[in-house]
Design a protein. Structure first.
Length: 428
């Protein structure tokens, strides 16, 4: 559960000329074929199965033990070759796309996440626009396909493959193979230079063949973006009802700019602009999103419950509508007592103490007559106060403003208990 557990550093700097003989070893390792026969034995939406999938995020350069990158890596393992990513400015855009390199990579077929970074305040609208643009292109392809199928002399292979593509076009997982089969049938059936209706329609479809397969639209950003500066746009995107997925790396501060307080910062936490401890409670972004009723909402902490985390990701992506996942992400700004090497353990402690709660709200369950809300966290079994005292962002307040610290910490614990009781009632 600890990143970088070795005593000595894994990387040692050396003159490049002294390492030239290692290039062949590196290339051998990079080009090893994937063990598909092993991966196929396990369901990819399980902890074990997902980890046999190639990560399409590597060598990010984030802080050691960063709480954000494991979530992004998991998303690329589950959906990476079909991902469109709109990334808000912040830590995730720095480790995710600082020129001249990017940690997002491609698989053996040359497919990987298509990543773009917009401004801080408009990332949700930017991602929504990417989704709408994809819908427009695929809608036109569907019209062309329907016309092609209706052409009497179009080949039987084209008609069959085209119909299967139409039948599955709204489902990313189901649409993958039909898209490949449709492209193969079009390329096989088209006659070079022919101007007939069937060949003309086939040529038009093939011009945009990269859009045939259903893409997975992801909007990424931190809590400073989602809770604060970009909240208006985020609310607009979620309310749209479009098939988008939002992943919020919740570090509870503006991490990239040095640790300023955000509306995600809990009561009692010390941060820039909250040197005497934040007096107000953390904004309930998940609760706000759930009021729509048609938005998939989840809170996850990977280190506390990996199965629940993967379930949330797969459910959110498969839901044909807006979804948002709030992912607890320990940060170097927290000043964790054991260091960033125990960030995953810290997530487990946060849930055990009732500091963070894991849950899922799936509108599809309501359609089946079930409670859409599922509380995945058990009642707290550890001390809330002991947990926060293990982080400098809290324990420093006891030295600088001890009386205020006692008052704020008592309020913070009360808020946490009240929230768990409220969530428990929702799950009944």
């Amino acid at each position: 559960m600890t990143p970088c557990p070795a005593k000595n550093k894994a990387l040692q700097m050396a003159p490049i000329d002294s390492q030239r003989d290692q290039e062949a070893v590196f290339e051998y390792g990079i080009n090893l074929p994937a063990k598909k026969e092993v991966a196929e034995k396990f369901k990819e939406t399980t902890v074990k199965g997902s980890q046999f999938k190639q990560p399409l995020l590597e060598f990010s350069g984030a802080c050691g033990g960063c709480g954000e990158t494991p979530y992004a890596k998991l998303a690329t393992q589950l959906f990476g070759d079909k991902m469109f990513i709109a990334n808000a400015t912040g830590c995730s855009s720095i480790w995710g796309g600082s020129a001249p390199a990017t940690p997002y990579t491609v698989n053996k077929e040359g497919h990987g996440p298509a990543w773009e970074n917009s401004l801080f305040e408009d990332n949700a609208e930017f991602g929504l626009g990417m989704a709408l643009a994809q819908n427009a292109v695929r809608g036109r392809l569907a019209e062309l396909t329907e016309k092609l199928i209706a052409v009497e002399y179009a080949t039987a292979e084209i008609k069959e493959a085209g119909q299967k593509w139409l039948d599955t076009m709204a489902d990313r997982a189901a649409n993958d193979q039909p898209s490949k089969d449709f492209i193969a049938a079009l390329e096989e059936g088209i006659v070079p230079g022919c101007k007939c209706e069937a060949c003309t329609l086939a040529s038009q479809i093939l011009k945009d063949k990269d859009y045939l397969a259903k893409k997975s639209m992801w909007i990424l950003g931190g809590d400073g973006w989602a809770y604060d500066i970009g909240f208006g746009g985020l609310d607009h995107a979620l309310a749209s009802g479009e098939d988008i997925n939002v992943l919020v790396f919740d570090t509870e501060v503006y991490s990239n700019t040095g640790g300023q307080a955000s509306k995600s910062t809990p009561c009692g936490s010390v941060a820039q602009f909250a040197a005497t401890g934040k007096a107000t409670k953390k904004k309930d972004l998940a609760g706000i999103a759930m009021t729509y009723g048609y938005v998939y909402v989840a809170q996850v902490a990977m280190g506390a419950d990996m199965n629940q985390c993967i379930k949330a990701f797969s459910e959110a992506e498969s839901y044909h509508g807006p979804s948002i996942i709030l992912a607890y992400a320990p940060c170097i700004n927290h000043g964790i007592k054991g260091g960033m090497g125990v960030s995953q353990v810290e997530e487990k402690k946060a849930v055990a103490a009732g500091y963070w709660h894991n849950f899922r709200f799936d509108p599809r369950r309501a359609d089946e007559g079930q409670n859409p809300f599922q509380l995945d966290s058990k009642a707290p079994t550890a001390s809330y106060r002991d947990f926060i005292m293990g982080e400098v962002r809290y324990n420093s307040l006891t030295r600088s403003f001890p009386d205020r610290a006692e008052k704020l910490f008592a309020n913070a614990e009360k808020y946490a208990v009240e929230k768990y009781e409220r969530l428990k009632k929702m799950a009944e």
